[in-house]
Design a protein around this ligand. Structure first.
Ligand SMILES: Cc1cc2nc3c(=O)[nH]c(=O)nc-3n(C[C@H](O)[C@H](O)[C@H](O)COP(=O)(O)O)c2cc1C
Length: 201
């Protein structure tokens, strides 16, 4: 698939058929993160991959909002796979303490103007989203609002890792009722001219 076709097709898919994602397809999507740029080539992100049917059911139940619980119909449309990109701040502080990076003075956290551990997680996440399109999958990046601590504990994630969000993956359902009311359907896409400031503001 051409890059522009993948870019045009990429959209957040929230409703999935329950067709399993073949392991070779998932592996290729995961391989895409190896091509992500990474500050100092730290490659500090690690990824929790949840694909076991019982574990994924537990995951979705755990991050559900108890004050507005999902219906059984909606639950049946949730993605069969979730990848959680984990940011690892300590890996970046260590990398930028190395002799070839000391000149940047970023060996302690307060000196970082931008937390590159999260920037790198975003870079890797975009690779996953585009690789998913290329593999014929739907994908959706979303933030945790419930259950983050329980998820990290349940899957044994070491405490130095923090999720940048989560990425749902699977084959898209024929329609996407879970995206009704989503921001992309209620807000206008901005234009390139609105977003760009050529040679000055
Ligand atoms: C950092 C980030 C956090 C997001 N969090 C959520 C979320 O919590 N819930 C949700 O439904 N979508 C979430 N989204 C998806 C956005 O709503 C979506 O990308 C945006 O509306 C544009 O739609 P599109 O991805 O279909 O182009 C998130 C996207 C990003 C990049």
């Amino acid at each position: 698939m051409e890059l522009w076709e993948a870019l045009r097709r990429r959209t957040s898919v929230r409703s999935y058929s329950q067709e399993p994602v073949p392991s070779d397809v998932l592996e290729r999507v995961l391989d895409s993160v190896l091509r992500a740029p990474s500050a100092g080539f730290t490659q500090g992100n690690e990824f929790l991959v949840i694909s076991d049917p019982a574990e994924i059911a537990w995951f979705w139940a755990t991050i559900d909002d108890p004050t507005n619980a999902r219906t059984a119909d909606d639950t049946a449309l949730l993605a069969p796979v979730v990848v959680i990109p984990l940011a690892h701040k300590a890996a970046y502080l260590a990398r930028y303490s190395a002799p070839d990076k000391q000149e940047f003075g970023l060996s302690d956290e307060e000196k970082w103007p931008v937390p590159f551990w999260y920037v790198d997680a975003g870079m890797a996440s975009m690779c996953i989203l585009l690789a998913a399109v290329d593999e014929g999958l739907g994908a959706w990046f979303f933030g945790f609002s419930e259950g983050e601590a329980a998820v990290l504990e349940h899957f044994g994630v070491p405490p130095q890792f923090r999720p940048a969000g989560a990425i749902a993956l699977g084959y898209a359902a024929e329609t996407d009722p879970l995206s009704v009311g989503s921001s992309a359907r209620t807000r206008r896409r901005r234009t390139t001219d609105e977003l760009t400031h050529r040679n000055g503001w």
